[in-house]
Write a protein that binds this ligand. Sequence first.
Ligand SMILES: N[C@@H](CCC(=O)N[C@@H](CS)C(=O)NCC(=O)O)C(=O)O
Length: 210
Amino acid sequence: MLKIFHVPGTRSVRVIWLCEELQIPYEVQLISFAPEFRLSPEWLKMNPVGKVPAMTDDAGLSMFESGAMVQYLLQTQGAGRLEPSVDSTEYSQYLQWCWFAEATFARPLGEIVNHKRAIPINEQSDTAILEMQTRSRLCWRAVGDAVGPEGFLCEEFTAADIMMGYSMMLCDKLAPTDESANASAYWDRLKQRDGFKIAVEYGAGQPSPL
Ligand SMILES: N[C@@H](CCC(=O)N[C@@H](CS)C(=O)NCC(=O)O)C(=O)O
């Protein structure tokens, strides 16, 4: 059985959402986001930099990077679902958006979280937050331009939309904007998916870094 270590509002949402879409059995273990827990020797064995999420199974699997978990589950249990085939013309775009979601879009958003949580608020951090919001909104608009008024990142809904959905959620909270009607409508479409709704319900009401 897969076990997903989860804190509400964090990237484990992606993994739970994917399991729901693919109907992969899993269990969720809620953990604390307190630095004392995340930096404990016990948790550092699960995630060597003290972050969330982590995922294990009964056969010795142990992973700590959300995008890699998504890719691993697709390859081992996806049977071709939720990703275009490697020889399709859209496969390169699929990969690009998966990586963009975490490497480019989530990066300034993560900095906003850090500045709000861990760095004392002063004039410098305010300036940094504004700068990171501008960078995040650029990504929000780029996604809107890519999906158009009714679409997804590929011809159909794929795991790239799950990767991006978490980044859209962060942006909506930390750098909200109505600059792209397409992006706002896309975010509304993602929020309506049952898998997303279930993923964000785990631990709702518990402390969250968002
Ligand atoms: N690239 C990593 C990022 C992990 C990450 O930044 N997790 C956040 C929560 S969503 C965290 O634990 N932040 C705590 C910190 O950076 O101190 C992934 O996708 O799993």
